[in-house]
Design a protein around this ligand. Structure first.
Ligand SMILES: Nc1ncnc2c1ncn2[C@@H]1O[C@H](COP(=O)(O)OP(=O)(O)O)[C@@H](O)[C@H]1O
Ligand SMILES: [Mg+2]
Length: 231
């Protein structure tokens, strides 16, 4: 389980996060909502050790802050950044295999699992990743991260720029991860999908958590939606 307490984060001298508290449990989808610039990406980058953070980020009771991104990933935290960073000159299959870590034998995911979840990737297994559509690259980035067998996956705006049908599919896949026991921390702009699939949500504003509760509580909270979410 991931437990964040009083997390502050900085880009150089800019103080961006001001004491964030948050939790993600196994088998739970938690969405992290907020307007652009509210600090959502910075929160997950700080968890991954990609920005300078202070406070506490505990993963199964052990402190992560101060560890290198690579070590944090090895401890079971997968990160799918906003930028769909596939290796463009490698094939889909090569990209997936690169996601495997040392002891891939015991991974809960195989190549075939990925191809079953996303038949489109199987059709394109020998295609160079760089020529695929944005949606396909997004699926590939997610699958490559899964191949590393994380216990928690943090996904930054996976549905950005995707057609509504694909957005629905992404939602289904995230629910499948939850069914397999993963924790999911989902950064989203799209309230509908986030509220549909998550069990709890946090709303951020100006680098702080301004709301936490269930999707139903958020739906009912007109003030929070108007003040911190609607544009
Ligand atoms: N690399 C950076 N250097 C300096 N400031 C940044 C950088 N990245 C983001 N910021 C600032 O941090 C704040 C939070 O950004 P971010 O976490 O990306 O928000 P969100 O993901 O919610 O849109 C914004 O004010 C943004 O301008
Ligand atoms: Mg962001």
């Amino acid at each position: 389980m991931l437990k964040i307490e009083n997390l502050h984060a900085f880009y150089g001298k800019s103080h961006i996060l001001h004491g964030v508290d948050m939790e993600v449990n196994p088998g739970e989808i938690v969405s992290l909502l907020g307007r652009n610039g509210s600090g959502r990406s910075t929160t997950i980058k700080a968890i991954m050790g990609l920005v300078d953070g202070h406070g506490s980020v505990k993963w199964n009771d052990k402190e992560l802050l101060g560890d290198k991104p690579y070590d944090i990933a090895r401890r079971g935290i997968g990160y799918v950044p906003e930028s769909r960073d596939v290796f463009p000159k490698l094939t889909v299959e090569q990209n997936l295999l690169l996601g495997q870590k040392g002891g891939a034998k015991n991974s809960r995911w195989s190549l075939d699992d990925m191809y079953q979840m996303f038949p489109r990737l199987k059709e394109r297994q020998h295609t160079e990743a760089g020529v695929m559509s944005g949606g396909e690259q997004q699926m590939l980035t997610l699958c490559r991260t899964l191949m590393g067998d994380p216990d928690l996956i943090m996904i930054d705006e996976p549905t950005e720029g995707l057609a509504p049908k694909i957005v629905e599919l992404v939602g289904e896949y995230l629910k499948e991860l939850k069914r397999r026991g993963l924790g999911v921390l989902l950064v989203e702009q799209k309230l509908t999908i986030a509220l549909d699939i998550s069990q709890r949500c946090y709303v951020m504003g100006h680098g702080e958590v301004v709301f936490q509760g269930t999707p139903d509580e958020l739906r009912a909270d007109k003030y929070v939606r108007k003040e911190w979410l609607e544009v």
